[in-house]
Design a protein around this ligand. Structure first.
Ligand SMILES: Nc1ncnc2c1ncn2[C@@H]1O[C@H](COP(=O)(O)OP(=O)(O)OP(=O)(O)O)[C@@H](O)[C@H]1O
Length: 139
């Protein structure tokens, strides 16, 4: 009798490990990287606003994609920063440029997310606020 796990069990274990490592990495980044202390509250506010305004499925889709892209970019930026701290902690302008480019990638995704937020939440928010602020305009 062999003690080797069944091939199917090996695949299940490998995938369970992949998820555990990925979730552990995300939780570590959320706990230690102050950028996420801004991203997470903003995400909660935007998602709550979208739920309150009962936006359409396409608006939810755009908001979720834009948010996930920012989080993914920030996680990759964090990964690069961590690697640099270990592999090349000494100051080097070429390393600096690589870090700046990674930070710029996050900025680009954040600008895109702000645009998506304004385009998807702006009109329903105005529709909700205008009658309250300016009843004559609502007729
Ligand atoms: N080894 C290095 N060589 C050259 N420039 C660096 C180096 N490390 C950091 N820098 C410069 O400092 C900037 C900030 O890098 P850093 O990794 O400290 O980012 P941070 O967002 O402040 O990270 P953390 O808050 O996790 O320390 C980089 O964009 C880069 O311009």
């Amino acid at each position: 009798m062999s003690s080797e796990p069944e091939p199917n069990n090996r695949i299940v274990t490998a995938w369970r490990n992949k998820f555990a490592w990925a979730i552990g990495g995300a939780l570590w980044a959320f706990r230690t990287q102050n950028s996420f202390w801004v991203h997470i509250p903003i995400t909660i506010i935007v998602f709550s606003l979208a739920a309150f305004l009962k936006v359409a499925a396409w608006q939810w889709t755009a908001i979720v994609i834009a948010t996930m892209v920012v989080f993914a970019a920030e996680l990759l930026n964090t990964a690069i920063e961590q690697l640099v701290k270990v592999v090349h902690p000494e100051h080097d302008p070429r390393v600096g440029r690589a870090l700046d480019a990674a930070a710029a990638a996050v900025l680009v995704t954040a600008i895109g997310a702000v645009a998506v937020g304004l385009l998807t939440l702006g009109p329903p928010l105005l529709q909700f606020l205008l009658p309250a602020l300016w009843p004559q305009a609502a007729g």
